[in-house]
Design a protein. Structure first.
Length: 394
């Protein structure tokens, strides 16, 4: 009974994760100076974690979690003393929440009765984000969230269409991509799930991703679609349903004269990501102190490259700049330890590549809702038996 309520709570938190930022703008609420729409779910997960602690029975994982948190807290205090600047632990809470999500996801994904709850929740959250984005762009394009003069984000009703709209393009795009993976997983464990439903849902989600113009999740979505098409069994049938669905969607777009405002950005560069990486590396190796505890927050925030770029878009280096290289290495080694190298499931391998590469091209370590959902999706896919790979998806 305890596990049943726990998985239902986790599933509910997964579903509301994509709209937490939007909900905060509609009904602002704060807890510990942070958005209550983000803080409360994290606290609830912590409570569920503690309640199930006796059954989790992964002493080594829990010891590692405590070690990471204590070491991180120690480094923050050392950095505060060395640089004479105060650091708020809640700003770096991912060193606690991320390992906790990993332990929780590993625990619930082991339970066969929990997997369908998790898969369903992950699909629903992506469809919810897709519907909001599509309606927002095509029917209420003047309603969006944008930065005000003081740097804060506000909800406005007379703006001009942007990439982000009511939901951030990068964050929501990746949340929707998680749902595409989960939908493929659901098709795998439910062979009766018909293609006439499967393909329209997948295409609806990748179309929503495209509206934000975020290239990484869009490329990931194409990989999922291609992976589902070019399989040994029923390849022509899959391709048939996909072609018919694409024709129907384009017919709908033409009928209602829907225009894409900000879809493909592939003629643009990569946002100075190479320069940003070079900037971070130069800061880290500027001194022994920077290498072991990271530079001061002011230096990291105000230093720019010759091209004028400030650091961003790399979660690996972001942690190294905040805590130093040794801690960042330990942190991601802990993450890597959850990789199931013996799993031959192609879908799991594809998600693993996407997951780890994403830390190198985005700031996703700061996207708490995304990290939460992606972690549960990753560990859910890892539990699929290797002899039931997507070779049998049809």
């Amino acid at each position: 009974m305890k596990n049943k309520y726990s998985i239902l709570i986790i599933a509910l938190l997964i579903v509301i994760a994509p709209i937490s930022n939007l909900a905060h703008h509609i009904a602002p609420a704060y807890l510990f100076s942070k958005s209550a729409w983000v803080a409360i779910p994290a606290i609830v997960v912590a409570i569920v974690f503690v309640i199930n602690l006796s059954q989790i029975n992964r002493i080594n994982q829990i010891v590692c979690l405590l070690g990471i948190v204590l070491l991180g807290f120690l480094l923050l205090n050392i950095s505060s003393v060395v640089y004479g600047e105060s650091k708020i632990f809640l700003d770096y809470r991912y060193i606690l929440t991320f390992p906790m999500y990993l332990i929780m996801a590993e625990f619930f994904s082991r339970r066969e009765d929990s997997r369908k709850f998790l898969a369903t929740a992950l699909i629903v959250q992506g469809m919810l984000a897709s519907i909001i984005f599509i309606i927002n762009v095509h029917f209420f394009s003047n309603v969006l969230i944008e930065l005000d003069d003081s740097g804060g984000s506000v909800l406005i009703f007379d703006g001009e269409i942007t990439r982000n709209m009511l939901l951030g393009a990068s964050t929501s795009g990746n949340m929707i991509l998680i749902a595409m993976f989960a939908l493929a997983f659901w098709k795998l464990i439910n062979q009766k799930f018909i293609n006439a439903v499967f393909w329209p849902l997948q295409l609806c989600m990748i179309y929503a991703i495209s509206l934000g113009g975020s290239r990484y999740p869009f490329i990931g979505g194409l990989c999922v679609l291609l992976f589902c098409i070019f399989l040994k069994k029923k390849r022509l049938k899959n391709l048939y349903f996909l072609v018919i669905t694409v024709i129907c969607i384009f017919g709908f777009v033409a009928l209602f004269k829907i225009e894409s405002k900000e879809i493909f950005r592939y003629d643009l560069d990569f946002g100075g990501r190479v320069e940003k990486i070079q900037l971070a590396i130069s800061l880290i190796f500027d001194s022994v102190t920077h290498f072991f505890i990271g530079p001061s927050r002011a230096v990291a925030a105000n230093t720019t490259s010759i091209e004028g770029y400030g650091f961003s878009d790399n979660s690996y280096l972001a942690i190294a700049l905040s805590f130093g290289v040794p801690f960042a290495s330990l942190f991601f080694l802990y993450l890597i330890s959850y990789t199931n190298l013996k799993n031959n499931n192609g879908l799991y391998k594809l998600f693993t590549i996407y997951f780890f590469f994403g830390f190198g091209v985005t700031n996703c370590i700061y996207w708490e809702s995304y990290v939460f959902n992606a972690t549960f999706c990753w560990l859910l896919l890892s539990r699929q038996p290797s002899n039931s790979s997507l070779k049998h998806l049809g």
